[in-house]
Write a protein that binds this ligand. Structure first.
Ligand SMILES: Cc1ncc(C[n+]2csc(CCOP(=O)(O)OP(=O)(O)O)c2C)c(N)n1
Ligand SMILES: [Mg+2]
Length: 801
């Protein structure tokens, strides 16, 4: 890499070019040997006891354990108190045992097929689980906290999650320069060079609201192998070059030379803790076995593996050297081995008593005080989400002002702020102001709010303007949200780099650190979230089921068919709904706390609010709930400025709350027996339907009921609605194409409520391959067509279902 800082170049030169600089005391060499003994004998022990189980052993790179321990020792010496780690499968159990120091019996018992899970959820394989541990670092005698993040199989996906959590831990400690909290990321060589999220994650390291002030990366590089013969230079079928990936110094070191590894790791830790920049340690090694222990590498790399099998293990080589130069005796070495083998045997015996697995013991982020002692929510209710009129007015006034002196804003923005003031006086809000009030009110309650994504400070649709820019002083900015009260939690609003995978992973990690934060990620358009699909599938949808940890991240996904083309129209609600875990066919029992218990059971919440007030409430509910669930919000575009899409303070004041369903409340609701049709819908199409109903003078015949929380499905409220209109047609109307949107999700659930006695007719666009047309005219024609059907009261006559 190119370093354009003379001081840093000199620093590196001095560390590597000073003759004789690599010196260790006998004590240090003995510690290194003992660490190698543990690393090697741990793998041997597992191989002996469970010869046919996958464990993704370290054989060939046993030096990784002393390498990590050296990095942690040095960092602890330089002031680090908390290390957050992310890593793939290779050597993970060894890291848990010998770096994090998870009790060995807890690891061994995981190999028992009869082990029963005590927690809810589906669990995960042993080499994916996380860990959190506070201990005393034996070298420095200082307290150190180590956390290894749970991860999916998807290589490198955990990287941005680790960085987000690290950033959060730094933020909550006021550790702005990263002097106390640090992350370490481990990589395989193929994954490091092959997965774009590695690059996306590196790219975050220079952005102020995303930097973790330097990360130490360790690559287990078993590609290059021990041979210089290029025909045999790869022990894996994925040709890559580690050096091409990053803009950070890379220290390549021979993994067969433990002292060189120890030296380089010390330098890397010093580098990170001196310059607060990323650094890569490339452990160039070989892999003694196949990809996992069941693989036969001789199938595909016969000559190379013949050579590998001739290699003397690093432990033996290093022990021979220390014995030869008199640093240890053979007897001391053998005793060290016998001692560790005994520790493993004893733990193995104890592990047999463990018949129950508590995934809760494998949490990477404890949330002290949030749950009760049994890890359950402290209540099963949610307080109403409305707030006092005074608060609404105060927040509205600050949102309309420039709270610092001599600050000149753009005249266009002055108009926007004036309009906000006017709304506040008139006791109404639009979308942007409702969001302001939700964020502002939770800040008052000590909840940190973080909003991240591309161009979120201004808002993609230029509606938000949370950061004001002085028109006369370069780079002078002001965030009025941080001027609401003297005592308030901080508000972070930050434009991200152009990344979805990396940034969404980062925010998810941020949200993991504490339940007392409202962490929101906004996509530029909802369509783009699919570049972050792995984070959505592997962490957000299924994270709690696999790893127990709740997460309250909010995804704001601009969505709506407005003739803006196939990639600016759809947040693909159908995909979120398809992954929702509520049962379409089970008729639920309606208890008093149905709303909250349903939320507690679900894997995430999907909403599409039709009013600013409801958006305000759902954001506040997210924090007032006694547990955390991811919240997916389909957010509007044209409704941001729609004259009808406004809410009165009356819908937000104390006593009001989030409405999962907004029932028809016009003339049709006054005489429900005369209603011919009930149209159920969600989101923006409501406004088109209401307008059309008025035009056709059908306000008595057609009721329109809005579904605001789509999943979990509000069976209870919809049942009431359905029973109210016994002789009406039931219609689901959506603007999305039939194979997208909500229809496939809502249809079987409506049918469950009516016990399959009445049909729920579909009105909307035909099925289509692309999410929307790129032709405005075609868009309008299809809109006209489905609105006609929606109000044609004979449309379904005689049709069977
Ligand atoms: C995103 C993703 N793609 C593919 C895989 C399947 N896979 C598992 S391990 C592996 C090879 C990894 O090689 P490397 O990163 O060098 O690690 P090593 O096993 O050599 O330590 C692959 C392709 C995966 N787990 N994740
Ligand atoms: Mg590899």
């Amino acid at each position: 890499m190119f370093i354009n800082d003379v001081e840093q170049c000199q620093w590196i030169r001095q560390k590597f070019e000073t003759p004789g600089i690599m010196k260790f005391t006998n004590e240090e060499k003995r510690t290194l040997l003992a660490r190698l003994v543990r690393s090697m004998r741990f793998e041997d022990f597992l191989a002996r006891k469970w010869s046919s189980e996958k464990r993704f052993g370290l054989e060939g790179c046993e030096v990784m354990i002393p390498a990590l321990k050296t990095i942690i020792d040095k960092s602890s010496e330089m002031g680090i108190e908390y290390v957050i780690m992310g890593m793939p499968h290779r050597g993970r159990l060894n890291v848990l045992a010998n770096v994090i120091r998870k009790e060995l019996e807890q690891i061994f018992c995981q190999f028992d097929p009869k082990l029963e899970a005590a927690d809810e959820g589906s669990g995960d394989v042993k080499y994916h689980l996380g860990m959190y541990h506070e201990r005393i670092n034996r070298t420095t005698n200082k307290k150190i906290t180590l956390s290894l993040m749970a991860n999916p199989s998807h290589l490198e996906a955990v990287d941005p999650v680790v960085q987000g959590k690290t950033k959060a831990e730094q933020f909550y400690r006021g550790d702005t320069a990263g002097k106390k909290v640090m992350s370490i990321l481990l990589h395989g060589d193929a994954a490091f060079a092959g997965q774009g999220v590695v690059y996306e994650t590196f790219h975050l390291s220079d952005l102020p609201s995303y930097t973790t002030n330097g990360t130490i990366h360790v690559v287990v590089n078993n590609q290059i192998g021990f041979t210089t013969d290029p025909r045999m230079a790869r022990s894996s079928p994925y040709p890559t070059d580690v050096a091409r990936v990053v803009n950070a110094p890379i220290f390549h070191v021979n993994a067969d030379d433990p002292e060189a590894v120890m030296y380089v790791c010390n330098v890397a830790a010093e580098w990170r803790n001196t310059f607060n920049k990323d650094v890569v340690v490339d452990l160039v090694c070989y892999r003694r076995r196949g990809h996992n222990e069941m693989d036969e590498p001789m199938f595909t790399q016969p000559l190379m593996y013949k050579q590998i099998h001739k290699q003397v293990p690093v432990l033996k080589k290093y022990a021979d050297k220390l014995i030869a130069d008199g640093t240890v005796t053979l007897q001391e070495f053998e005793e060290e081995i016998a001692k560790y083998d005994r520790i493993c045997e004893e733990a193995y015996t104890r592990s047999k008593d463990n018949k129950i697995l508590h995934i809760k013991h494998w949490l990477d982020s404890p949330w002290p005080g949030f749950f009760n002692v049994d890890g359950e929510p402290k209540s099963m209710s949610c307080p109403p989400t409305g707030i006092s009129e005074d608060l609404l007015t105060h927040i509205g006034n600050v949102a309309s002002s420039v709270p610092v002196k001599d600050f000149k804003i753009h005249s266009g923005l002055s108009r926007i702020l004036k309009a906000r003031l006017e709304m506040t006086k008139n006791r109404v809000v639009d979308w942007a102001l409702a969001e302001y009030m939700a964020f502002g009110s939770v800040l008052k309650e000590g909840i940190h709010v973080r909003l991240s994504g591309q161009d979120v400070e201004r808002g993609t649709f230029s509606h938000r303007h949370h950061v004001l820019h002085d028109q006369e002083v370069d780079k002078r900015t002001c965030v009025p949200m941080n001027h609401l009260w003297e005592q308030q939690a901080p508000y972070t609003v930050c434009n991200s780099s152009l990344s979805e995978y990396g940034v969404l992973g980062f925010e998810l990690g941020f949200a993991m650190a504490s339940p007392n934060a409202l962490v929101c990620w906004e996509a530029q358009f909802g369509d783009f979230h699919n570049t972050a699909q792995c984070i959505i599938d592997q962490f957000i949808s299924s994270g709690q089921a696999k790893w127990v940890r709740h997460n309250g991240i909010v995804l704001l996904l601009p969505h709506g068919m407005e003739g803006m083309g196939p990639e600016h129209s759809s947040a693909r609600p159908e995909r979120f709904l398809q992954m929702s875990n509520d049962d379409s066919d089970a008729y639920p029992e309606f208890s008093e706390q149905f709303e909250v218990s349903q939320l507690y059971e679900c894997n995430w919440i999907v909403v599409n609010c039709s009013t600013p007030a409801n958006y305000f409430h759902v954001l506040r509910r997210q924090i007032l709930l006694p547990f955390r669930k991811p919240l997916i919000v389909l957010t509007p575009k044209s409704l941001l400025r729609h004259p009808e899409a406004k809410s009165s303070f009356d819908e937000m004041v104390t006593g009001t709350t989030f409405q999962r369903v907004i029932p028809e409340n016009g003339p049709a609701a006054q005489a429900p027996h005369e209603v011919k049709r009930v149209i159920f819908c969600t989101g923006k199409v409501y406004y088109d339907l209401v307008k059309e109903r008025k035009n056709q003078d059908l306000e008595k015949q057609v009721a329109i009921t809005r579904l605001e929380q789509i999943s979990p499905f509000p069976f209870d409220l919809l049942k009431e609605e359905l029973e109210k209109y016994p002789s009406a047609d039931l219609v689901w109307c959506q603007e999305e194409h039939k194979n997208s949107g909500y229809y496939d999700y809502v249809k079987p659930r409506f049918r469950t409520i009516v016990n399959r006695t009445r049909p729920i007719w579909y009105v909307g666009r035909e099925p289509a391959a692309a999410a929307a047309t790129g032709n405005k005219n075609m868009h309008l024609v299809s809109l006209r067509r489905f609105l006609d059907t929606a109000f044609n009261l004979e449309a379904f006559e005689g049709k069977t279902f």
